[in-house]
Design a protein. Structure first.
Length: 359
C-alpha cells in the first residue's frame, strides 16, 4: 500500500511544476505585450543560472541562494510557532551593518572575520528581539512591528553609509571588509564563497534544533496554538522571544556573510542594493520548502537561479530591468502558492482533528 504522506508530497511536486509553468506563461505574456521575445529571454535566464556546462553561472545561482537560505530559515522557524515574522529583511540589514562596523575597527587580521560574523549575528538577534518584545509583552501584531523595523533598519544603514562608515573614495558604498576578513571563494573568479557551505551547515543544525531539542519542540507546540502551549506548561511569551531572537540571529548571520563573502564590493552599497530583497524573497523560499529547514535548501537554489538569471534576460533579449523584476515576481509568487495551499490544508486538517477531540 502506498504511503499517504508519499502521495501527498508527490502531488505537491506536481503542483510546483504546474506553478512554474503558469508563472513562466504569465511572464511570457507580459514580455510579449511589451514587445520582447519571451523565448530569447527565458533562454538567457536558464543559460545564465542553471547551466551545468558553465560553472560561473551555476556558481552565481548558488551565491544568490546563500542569503535566501538564512532568511527562509527565519520565516520557517516563526511559521512553525504560528508567528508571521517578516522582519528578516531588517535583521539582515543589521547583520550586514555589524560586519561593516567590525571592518571599521583596528582589529588584528585573524579576528576580523569571526568578529564580523559574531557581531552581525548579535545585531540581527537584537533587532529581532525588539519585535519579539512588542509581540510577547504588548501583543503588538508582528507584521506591523517588523515592517516598521525593516524601514528603520534601512535608514540606519543608509545614515551609516553617509555619515561615519562610508568609503571616502567611493560614496556609493560603505567601507569594505579588509582582505583578511573575507571568506575564501569556492570557485575562483565567481561570487560563490564558503558562505554557501556555512548556510548548508546552519540549515542542518536548524533542523536538528527544531526536531531534536526541547526548545524546538516547544516552538512547534506553540504553533499548534497558544492554549495548547499553556496546557503543556509552556510560557508562550518566552518561546515567542526565542523565535524572534533565533530568527534574527539567522538573518543577521546571513547579512554578515553577504558582506564578508560576496565580491566585488564586500560592503553595503547605496540603498542596500546588494542585499535588499533577500528578506522578503525568503518568505517565498520558506513556503516553497514547506517551512522545512532541509527543503529550504533546494527551494533557495530554484529561486536563486531566477535572481541570477536576470542578467541573461537583459543581455539576450534586451528586456529592461523593471520588466525582468516583474516577471521574476510573478514566477516567485506562483511558486509560493503550492506551498501555501499545502500548509493551509494541513492546518485545516489539524484544526478539524483538534475540534473532534474536544467534542
Amino acid at each position: 500500500m502506498v504511503n499517504p504522506r508519499f502521495t501527498e508530497y508527490l502531488v505537491y511536486i506536481g503542483n510546483v511544476a504546474l506553478a512554474i509553468l503558469i508563472g513562466l506563461a504569465l511572464g511570457a505574456l507580459i514580455m510579449w505585450l511589451g514587445g520582447y521575445d519571451p523565448v530569447k529571454a527565458y533562454t538567457g535566464l536558464f543559460e545564465t543560472s542553471f547551466n551545468p556546462s558553465d560553472y560561473y553561472y551555476f556558481a552565481s545561482t548558488l551565491s544568490y541562494a546563500t542569503p535566501l537560505i538564512f532568511t527562509g530559515l527565519t520565516f520557517a522557524i516563526s511559521s512553525r510557532a504560528g508567528i508571521f515574522n517578516i522582519g528578516a529583511e531588517g535583521q539582515m540589514y543589521m547583520g550586514a551593518l555589524g560586519a561593516v562596523i567590525v571592518a571599521s575597527m583596528n582589529l588584528p587580521p585573524p579576528l576580523i572575520l569571526p568578529m564580523a560574523l559574531i557581531i552581525g549575528t548579535i545585531m540581527g538577534a537584537l533587532w529581532g528581539l525588539i519585535a519579539g518584545l512588542f509581540r510577547a509583552l504588548r501583543n503588538v501584531n508582528e507584521v506591523v512591528a517588523t515592517i516598521m523595523l525593516n524601514w528603520i533598519a534601512f535608514w540606519i544603514i543608509e545614515y551609516a553609509r553617509n555619515y561615519g562608515l562610508g568609503d571616502p573614495r567611493r560614496q556609493e558604498k560603505t567601507i569594505s571588509i579588509p582582505v583578511e576578513g573575507r571568506l575564501p571563494l569556492l570557485v575562483e573568479n565567481t561570487e560563490l564563497s564558503m558562505a554557501f557551505v556555512i548556510a548548508i551547515i546552519v540549515a542542518v543544525l536548524v533542523y536538528m534544533f527544531m526536531w531534536r531539542t526541547k526548545i524546538g519542540y516547544y516552538i512547534r507546540v506553540l504553533g499548534a496554538g497558544v492554549k495548547t502551549a499553556k496546557y503543556a506548561g509552556i510560557d508562550p511569551r518566552v518561546i515567542t522571544l526565542y523565535v524572534f531572537i533565533i530568527g534574527g540571529a539567522l538573518s543577521g548571520l546571513g547579512g554578515a556573510l553577504e558582506i564578508c563573502g560576496r565580491p566585488p564590493t564586500y560592503a553595503i552599497t547605496t540603498a542596500a542594493s546588494n542585499i535588499a530583497g533577500f528578506g522578503f524573497t525568503g518568505i517565498s523560499v520558506s513556503l516553497l520548502g514547506l517551512n522545512h529547514p532541509i527543503l529550504i535548501i533546494p527551494a533557495s537554489v530554484i529561486i536563486g537561479g531566477l535572481l541570477a538569471g536576470s542578467r541573461g534576460m537583459q543581455i539576450e533579449a534586451g528586456v529592461p530591468l523593471e520588466m525582468v523584476m516583474a516577471v521574476q515576481g510573478l514566477i516567485i509568487i506562483a511558486l509560493s502558492v503550492p506551498g501555501f495551499t499545502f500548509l493551509y490544508r494541513r492546518w485545516r486538517v489539524k484544526k478539524a482533528l483538534k475540534g473532534g477531540e474536544s467534542a
